[in-house]
Design a protein around this ligand. Structure first.
Ligand code: PEP
Length: 257
């Protein structure tokens, strides 16, 4: 983390978990545990149907609400889809774009990721743009090239003045939901390389200010070490964000002065 130049952000990704009543129970449980973190922004990205309740329930605890996806058009004949504008009007602040599960199961491509980043920014949302390599790609030794390509493709056409709204999440696919975490060195190396790519695209000032998260089995035990790396400015957290005590513990690690 480097708070001098950029925000630390801990974001939970609930995926397809928690009904409305479970969302209420989580809010009740975490309210007293979490307090009001001063040094980091806390976000919960929840299923679409829980967004209105989550915005209301978490207002008091100052947790910002995010969505897990959005469509790239503002409206139209796209049955079952939800636009960034619709999310904005509900009080959503962040939206995850290009999560590897969406790339893997729903044909999300670098091209649609880029269109969604533009749509999110246009609507006034903060996109959390996910990039990451598979185990095969890591073993082939192409991680850095692949991540650089994904970052460049996602940000194509995004002007420098919009970059302060963009968050990048480095999520090695082999570490998501597997209990296998990248070592702090592996995560730090890739996060640093992402900042180098952004520096080449936008210059040092923009690169210094961009929040880069790590995601992939981050939990109460390993968060402190990962967050101690200078280019890791927070976490995108799946499994551990479903448990109030674990999520609070990670936020506390990120909230050290
Ligand atoms: C994620 O869903 O983005 C994620 C990192 O999941 P997990 O923490 O469960 O690996």
């Amino acid at each position: 983390m480097n708070r001098r130049y950029r925000k630390t952000i801990i974001a939970g990704n609930w995926k397809m978990n928690k009904t409305l009543s479970e969302t209420r129970a989580f809010a009740e449980e975490i309210k007293d545990m979490l307090g009001r973190p001063k040094w980091c922004e806390v976000v919960l990205c929840v299923p679409y149907v829980n967004i209105p309740a989550a915005v209301r329930l978490f207002k008091e605890s100052r947790i910002a609400i995010g969505a897990e996806n959005c469509h790239y058009e503002s409206h139209g004949a796209y049955t079952g889809e939800v636009s960034a504008e619709m999310l904005k009007e509900l009080g959503v602040k962040y939206v995850i774009i290009g999560h590897s599960e969406r790339r893997q199961y729903y044909n999300e491509t670098d091209f649609t990721v880029n269109k969604k980043v533009h749509a999110a920014l246009e609507a006034g949302l903060h996109p959390i743009v996910c990039v990451g390599e598979s185990l095969e790609q890591r073993e082939l030794g192409v991680t850095m090239e692949l991540i650089a390509y994904q970052v460049k493709a996602a940000l194509a056409g995004v002007p420098a003045d919009k970059m302060r709204h963009v968050v990048i999440a480095y999520e090695p696919i082999w570490a998501i939901g597997t209990g296998k975490t990248a070592t702090a060195e592996q995560a730090a190396e890739v996060c640093e390389s992402i900042r180098v790519v952004i520096r080449k695209l936008y210059g040092a000032r923009v690169a210094r200010a961009v929040t880069i998260q790590y995601g992939g089995s981050m939990n109460a035990k390993n968060a402190a070490e990962l967050l101690a790396q200078p280019d890791i400015d927070g976490g995108l957290i799946g499994g551990a964000s479903l448990k109030p005590a674990d999520f609070t513990s990670i936020v506390n690690d990120a909230n050290q002065e």
